[in-house]
Write a protein that binds this ligand. Structure first.
Ligand code: SF4
Ligand code: SF4
Length: 200
């Protein structure tokens, strides 16, 4: 059975020890403590909030890195990434046939549907998508939350630099390979006349 004193029942105000006014003193002590402690309220928008540098505010697109592989659009659980492209032939000097490359025509993200899961950024194999901590892009019209590739590209200026490498972490594969190559003994020098017949 519930103790009525826990919910301000008939014994409220007398405290656990039954002293008259003990509850009132206890309440005033809490008020006094709150009044004299430092406030943590931030006066947004006059004071900008101190967000962690890797906050998920908005998604930025580095258009030149995008190869239109469509992985992000396929993996997005909300289907809020819309991509269009066309193929273009590129002449390669010395090649028998021209190469084909994808040209991005449209890359839109609908932030009214996005749930900020970050899957698109995780799956992009070409580092074309990034999180920006910028969050002040609320709109009066929900249709304006559809950001096209130019708008997504503008967010790149707000993407923080990558964190410094962990000094105790494993070195990158490229660094290991370069060090191994440098440590390899140099091949013996070939004399220009080595392949000539000594009898001739
Ligand atoms: S963060 Fe998630 S929901 Fe938003 S666009 Fe990327 S994959 Fe889709
Ligand atoms: S996964 Fe990356 S490279 Fe592929 S379409 Fe999306 S943004 Fe472009």
């Amino acid at each position: 059975m519930t103790d009525p004193s826990e919910h301000g029942g008939p014994t409220c105000g007398t405290g656990d020890r039954g002293l008259p006014g003990a509850g009132l003193v206890k309440g005033l002590a809490v008020t006094l403590k709150t009044m004299t402690s430092r406030s943590t309220t931030q006066q947004y928008p006059d004071v900008a909030p101190e967000l962690p540098p890797r906050s998920r505010g908005v998604i930025a697109l580095s258009e030149e890195n995008c190869t239109v592989c469509m992985l992000c659009a396929r993996e997005c659980p909300d289907w809020c990434i819309y991509i269009d492209s066309h193929k273009e032939e590129v002449a390669v000097p010395g090649a028998a046939r021209p190469r084909q490359r994808n040209v991005l025509d449209k890359f839109d993200i609908d932030f009214s549907l996005c749930m900020y899961c970050g899957i698109c950024i995780e799956v992009c194999p070409f580092d074309a998508l990034y999180w920006s901590p910028e969050f002040e892009y609320a709109e009066y019209d929900i249709k304006d939350l559809l950001h096209d590739k130019d708008h997504l590209g503008q967010w790149m200026a707000t993407v923080p630099p990558p964190p410094a490498h962990d000094p105790n972490g494993e070195p990158a594969k490229e660094e290991t390979a370069a060090a191994r190559k440098a440590a390899r003994p140099a091949p013996p020098a070939v004399r220009p006349d080595a392949d000539q017949d000594p009898a001739s």
